[in-house]
Design a protein around this ligand. Sequence first.
Ligand SMILES: O=C(CO)[C@@H](O)[C@H](O)COP(=O)(O)O
Length: 229
Amino acid sequence: MTRRLCLETWQHAGPVVLPSLLLCDFGNLEREVRRLEEAGVKALHLDVMDGVFVPNLTYGMPIVEGLRRLTDMPLDVHLMIQRPEKYLRQFHSAGADVLTVHIEAVEDAQAILGQIRDLDMGAGIAINPSTPMTRFEAALPYADLALVMSVEAGFGGQSFHEIALERMAHVRRVAQKNLLIEVDGGINTKTIARASSAGATLFVVGSAIFGQSDYGTAVSELSALAKGV
Ligand SMILES: O=C(CO)[C@@H](O)[C@H](O)COP(=O)(O)O
């Protein structure tokens, strides 16, 4: 999907629930993708971790590429790695539609966001709850998506940090109108409505989907709460 098409779809879609595959059954990846499609999911969130930027190690391009062959859904790739600028082209070739880098991991955010856009991918910038907002805020004009972490990046199943609410509301106030706001970490039936009111329209969800036996019910319930139904 082109960058423009992917972003326009998300800008007009209302709330989008993106399952974080970090917590899926990797022994049955194809079955997991089919279950998510049947549950009404419209995009996937992929957590790439290098064991250096975060104290956890996950997967890289081969899994992105494998997923690209399994589904046409947009792939929203969250790079929790040092030196992400080294791998942008490879993630593009693997099939990423949106690539998000962490403000803590890059020196020149404007340049790297520009490189992601030049590769025709949506460009995201992420921030951890403990990082001051100054550099992040300065990078927003060059981004398509702001990923406000509501846990310290690294692991699924953590509790939601309330600071994300005021941060998203601030981003909504100061950033360009078409900037997408995504929230990630501890999103569940208790937190999603407040995250939505604070300005998020993209909701990354791990345990509140993969910890449930019926993905369809979990996704419908979360979507309804995000819509304020
Ligand atoms: O990026 C991360 C963690 O670093 C997230 O995507 C989590 O994996 C979401 O899991 P839950 O907090 O929803 O269980």
